[in-house]
Ligand binder design. Structure first.
Ligand SMILES: NC(=O)C1=CN([C@@H]2O[C@H](COP(=O)(O)OP(=O)(O)OC[C@H]3O[C@@H](n4cnc5c(N)ncnc54)[C@H](O)[C@@H]3O)[C@@H](O)[C@H]2O)C=CC1
Ligand SMILES: O=C(O)CCC(=O)C(=O)O
Ligand SMILES: [Mg+2]
Length: 335
């Protein structure tokens, strides 16, 4: 049986990493019926709409979606397609694991943690208005319903993966009401999961502790903007944005994409590292129940990285996106 999977190439390096990830996933033995859909700057230029209804409909009816990054201009321009996609499809959890990879030299070894980011509310919603010229307000809405849902997702993930601790990251000392509610809700959910340790950490201290002692953390749960910032940080702990995957998960729908953006500085040059999107594809294979293929692709990626002969520039190598992709495919075919 073929899985119906929507493929959104996106902008910048999106088409390059998407092509690479699709070729590797196609070589896994699992059969995909790829449905191409558009989103981002390219969709805006083609249709005057960065997130066409047809794309939303395709994502809703597919088994899963593999998405390349989409551009959002600074200041002016259309609002983030990512935020819209997550809110419209109620993809309430953003799952961003950071795990050390063989052959990728970093300051710390054996990092293995997960950032779980609330994906639908908080400052990241971008609800802003001008009160009077020169005075702007941004709304940071935190609700008990969304906080409870993401806390439960974090504990369920910890339990499913045999992990020992969930840490709530917040700023409840300053944002007493909003983050106070988030923290209190996490504490209440924690009481239902007595097998899993629970603690909390104020976000600034968490940032410092993550870069000096990442092994102190296991699963971290936080609101949207903190999760956006700290998941780039945790990517840096394990080799950077070129290697870290992510999944946007709802009740039934899931959209798999990398943590990184469109990387305009290297777009179109064959320099992008597709590992992040390939490992997002591994998360997708697991979501689809294709455990063996997921293990095979993950092992092929880890094998190529460990060997160190076909690394892209971000990891200190000279391989192009295509050369790295071929190396992963040939290792996958030899398993
Ligand atoms: N999920 C999404 O669609 C995301 C979209 N964006 C959008 O992307 C655009 C660019 O954002 P930036 O702040 O520049 O962040 P970025 O993540 O695109 O790039 C940051 C740095 O990481 C490098 N990098 C990123 N991915 C890489 C890869 N696969 N291989 C090698 N190097 C890689 C880039 O070359 C750059 O030096 C913005 O419009 C932003 O809104 C940003 C993050 C996520
Ligand atoms: O929507 C965007 O342009 C940025 C998204 C982003 O940084 C993220 O989801 O981590
Ligand atoms: Mg981000």
């Amino acid at each position: 049986m073929a899985y119906s999977v929507v493929s959104i190439a996106g902008d910048g390096i999106g088409p390059e990493v998407c092509n690479a990830a699709r070729s590797i996933l196609d070589a896994s033995g699992v059969v995909f019926d790829w449905q191409e859909a558009e989103a981002g700057q390219s969709a805006f230029e083609a249709h005057g709409d960065p997130l066409p209804e047809a794309t939303l409909a395709a994502v809703r009816s597919a088994d899963a979606t593999l998405k390349g990054p989409t551009a959002t201009a600074k200041g002016a321009g259309f609002r983030s397609v990512n935020v819209a996609l997550r809110q419209k499809l109620n993809l309430f959890a953003n799952y961003r694991p950071a795990r050390s990879l063989p052959g990728v030299k970093t300051r710390f070894e054996d990092v293995d943690l997960i950032v779980i980011r609330e994906n639908t509310e908080g400052l990241y919603s971008g609800l802003e208005h001008t009160v009077v010229p020169g005075v702007v307000e941004s709304l940071r809405v935190i609700t008990q319903v969304a906080s409870e849902r993401i806390a439960r997702f974090a504990f369920q993930t910890a339990r499913r993966q045999d992990r020992s601790k969930v840490t709530c990251v917040h700023k409840a000392n300053i944002l007493k009401l909003s983050d106070g509610l988030f923290l209190k809700t996490c504490q209440e959910v924690a009481a239902e999961f007595s097998d899993i340790e629970f603690d909390d950490c104020i976000v600034d201290a968490a940032a410092m502790k993550l870069v000096s002692d990442p092994h102190a953390f296991d699963v971290l749960v936080m609101e949207n903007l903190f999760g956006d910032i700290l998941s780039d940080l945790t990517s840096g702990l394990v080799g950077g944005l070129g290697v870290t995957p992510s999944a946007n998960v709802g009740e039934k729908i899931a959209v798999f994409e990398a943590v990184h953006g469109t990387a305009p500085d290297i777009a179109g040059k064959g320099l992008a590292n597709p590992t992040a999107l390939v490992l997002s594809g591994v998360l997708m294979l697991r979501f689809l129940g294709e455990k063996e293929a997921a293990d095979d692709v993950e092992n092929a990626v880890r094998g190529v990285l460990a060997e160190g002969k076909s690394l892209t520039g971000d990891l200190g190598g000279k391989a192009s996106t295509g050369e790295y992709t071929e190396a992963v495919i040939s290792r996958l075919r030899s398993t």
